[in-house]
Design a protein around this ligand. Structure first.
Ligand SMILES: [Fe+2]
Length: 399
C-alpha cells in the first residue's frame, strides 16, 4: 500500500516552471528559471543524469559513479526547451533535466523542515486522530504523520482498550522494533519491578534507552487502564524547545551538551550491558538541533578533564531543571482508549507518582524505528503533499 513508484508524483514531474534563459560560463551553467537565476556546476549536471544508461540513485539501480565524471567533464551543447534542459557531453552522451528538478536544486541547499516547538501550550495544538480513521484511511494516517513531524507527538483516540489494538495501530506507522524487553510490553506497577516504568514512582521526563547507539525512534503509549484520580499524569516535554531555551539563555552550557560525549548505561547482570557515549543534543550539518537523548536515571559517572567536569555536571543540571519546569511540560492523564505516539529522540516523557493501592495503571508500549516512520511520511507525502516529500527531516539523536 505504501509502495508508490518514486517518480509517480515527484515534485519535479508535477511542477514544471519555464526555463527562461541559459548561459554557459566555463564549468558553470547559469539558468533563469521561474523568475530567478541559478548556477549549476557542469560536473554536478553530468552526475545528476538518471537516464537508463546512468541509472537511478533512489532505487539503487545506479551505474554511473562520481569517479566516472572527471572535474573537467566536457559539455558540448546545452539546449533549453520550455520545461527541459538537454545537455550533450563530449563522449556523445545526452542528459535531460526537467525544469522542476532544476528549480528544486536551484538554491544549492536542501530544503529543511523547521520543527514547530512547544511548551505547556501543546494542549491547544496537539493533533488528535481517531483510531478507526488512522487504521483504515491513508489520508488520516498522513495527517497524524504530519503532526508527528511538526510537533513530535500526536494523540490517537478511540483506541480499543484491548491488547491487540496496540500493535494494530502502531504497525500503521512502521515496523515494530523488538528489543530485549520484547515487542509490545505492558507497563503495570508491580512489586518486582525490573524497570522504573513498572514502579509507581514519579519519573522526570526523559528519552527512553539513550544507552543504545540507536535509541527507539517513536514510542507508543496505549492506555488500557488509567490511574485516574490517583496520580500517574503523563508529563511531556519538547526537547527541541528546551535545547533552544538553553542556546538562548546559557549558550556555554548548550555548547557543552552539543560537543561533550556523555555516557548512558544499563546493565542487568549476566544478561545485558548497554553503554553508549553520545551528545545530549545532536546538531545537523547546518547547526540546527536534530535530536535529543537524555535520561537522568541512566547517566553513568561522567568522564572529563578536571577543569571541565563541573561545567559538564552544571549543563546536565540545567537540562534537568528545564525539563522539570512545569512551564515546559504538557501534562495529561491518559484515559483508556487514548494512545500517545511521540518521537523519542525529540520529546521527553515522564509521569507523576501514583498510588498503586488506589488504582491499577496499565499502559501498553512499543517502539517503532525512526526511519520507518519518516519513510511512511515521505511515501504518503508523494500522494497527498508532493512538495513536502523531499524535505530533509530532523534525523534524531545521531551522535
Ligand atoms: Fe520511559
Amino acid at each position: 500500500m505504501l509502495d508508490t513508484p518514486r517518480h509517480a508524483s515527484a515534485p519535479s514531474a508535477a511542477i514544471s516552471p519555464a526555463i527562461e534563459a541559459i548561459q554557459i560560463d566555463g564549468d558553470r551553467v547559469a539558468i533563469a528559471i521561474a523568475g530567478r537565476q541559478a548556477r549549476f556546476s557542469t560536473r554536478w549536471l553530468r552526475l545528476a543524469c538518471e537516464c537508463e544508461t546512468c541509472g537511478d540513485t533512489a532505487s539503487g539501480k545506479r551505474w554511473l559513479t562520481p569517479a566516472d565524471v572527471p572535474a573537467d567533464v566536457a559539455m558540448v551543447s546545452a539546449d533549453a526547451g520550455k520545461n527541459e534542459l538537454t545537455l550533450t557531453w563530449g563522449d556523445g552522451h545526452v542528459s535531460r533535466h526537467g525544469s522542476g528538478f532544476l528549480a528544486a536544486h536551484a538554491s544549492g541547499a536542501a530544503p529543511r523542515f523547521a520543527p514547530k516547538r512547544w511548551n505547556s501550550d501543546l494542549a491547544e495544538r496537539l493533533g488528535r486522530f481517531p483510531f478507526e480513521a488512522v487504521v483504515e484511511d491513508d489520508a488520516a494516517l498522513f495527517g497524524s504523520l504530519r503532526a508527528l513531524r511538526d510537533h513530535g507527538i500526536a494523540m490517537l483516540t478511540g483506541v480499543p482498550a484491548e491488547a491487540e489494538a496496540t500493535a494494530r495501530i502502531a504497525g500503521r506507522y512502521g515496523p515494530i522494533r523488538e528489543t530485549s524487553y520484547g515487542k509490545v510490553f505492558d507497563l503495570i506497577s508491580r512489586p518486582d519491578a525490573r524497570v522504573a516504568g513498572e514502579t509507581a514512582r514519579a519519573q522526570i521526563p526523559h528519552t527512553d534507552e539513550p544507552f543504545r547507539y540507536s535509541p527507539p525512534g517513536f514510542i507508543f503509549f496505549h492506555a488500557i487502564r488509567s490511574g485516574a484520580g490517583a496520580g500517574g499524569t503523563s508529563l511531556m516535554v519538547d526537547g527541541f524547545h528546551v535545547a533552544e531555551t538553553m542556546r538562548a539563555a546559557t549558550p556555554d552550557l548548550f555548547d557543552v551538551l552539543t560537543r561533550h560525549g556523555v555516557t548512558f548505561h544499563r546493565e542487568h547482570a549476566g544478561e545485558v550491558f548497554f553503554s553508549a557515549e553520545a551528545h545530549v543534543i545532536s546538531l545537523d550539518a547546518t547547526g540546527e538541533v536534530t535530536g535529543i537523548r537524555f535520561n537522568d536515571r541512566c547517566l553513568a559517572p561522567q568522564a572529563a578533564p578536571i577543569d571541565r567536569i563541573d561545567g559538564l555536571i552544571e549543563a546536565l543540571a540545567e537540562m534537568t531543571r528545564l525539563i522539570c519546569d512545569p512551564a515546559n511540560q504538557f501534562q495529561h492523564q491518559l484515559q483508556p482508549g487514548e494512545a500517545l505516539v511521540f518521537d523519542n529522540q525529540r520529546v521527553m516523557h515522564g509521569r507523576t507518582a501514583f498510588d498503586p493501592t488506589l488504582a491499577v495503571r496499565h499502559l501498553r508500549s512499543c517502539n517503532i524505528d525512526r526511519d520507518g516512520v519518516h519513510s511512511a511520511f515521505r511515501t504518503l507525502a508523494r500522494r497527498f503533499a508532493p512538495l513536502e516529500a523531499e524535505t530533509v527531516l530532523y534525523q534524531g539523536a545521531i551522535f
